[in-house]
Design a protein around this ligand. Sequence first.
Ligand code: SAM
Length: 208
Amino acid sequence: MIRSTAMTEHYFSEKPSVPFRKESFVARIFDGEDITIQSGSGIFSLKELDFGTKLLIAHAKIPKTSCTVLDLGCGYGIVGIALKKHYPQIILTMSDINERAVQCAAENVKTNNTDATVLKSDMFSHPELQQKTFDVILTNPPFSAGKKVCIAFIRQSAMHLNKNGLFQLVAPHNKGGESLKRIMLEVFGNAGELVKKSGFRVYISIKK
Ligand SMILES: C[S@@+](CC[C@H](N)C(=O)[O-])C[C@H]1O[C@@H](n2cnc3c(N)ncnc32)[C@H](O)[C@@H]1O
């Protein structure tokens, strides 16, 4: 059987092979803070923001003082960009394995007059990330890439957080989130919830 590219291509491919059809839309999480997003085929949530993404941004816990933040698996960059606009004190890094997503994220940083370091990286493998630690790591993990990858996101993030650093993850609770929360509890020794809405929850752990 010949499988079409559309069937085999995933948003977490390192080099998406589907032709790059650009899309753009305006996203608003916080009143008066519109963000113009350039997206495209081969990138997660092509034409509008994912519900989990919006929930994560709206309920993220961000320290009031200057702090380093990593948007892990940033896609076209909406989590980091929206948070940087709303909390200018953050020093933002965004990373993704998908080169097309990284390209869009970098363009979206410029278009929306934000400031961020954008890196193409398989989790923390980029030289700039290998030794780096953060005060906050946020992620909407790639469920389609499999549970192993999502668990690796949690375990590796724990090694890249400062003391009292915050790890925050959004997921559909009954479709994998509950088990990821258990992993967070095992890894960090604590796991709470910032919000639950329409089947999704934002989980949080503190690095002790
Ligand atoms: C569910 S999407 C979330 C994208 C974006 N944060 C959002 O909420 O719109 C997960 C992202 O993780 C990225 N990803 C998958 N595996 C990865 C890996 N090993 N390292 C870094 N990013 C990865 C995917 O390319 C995808 O952009």
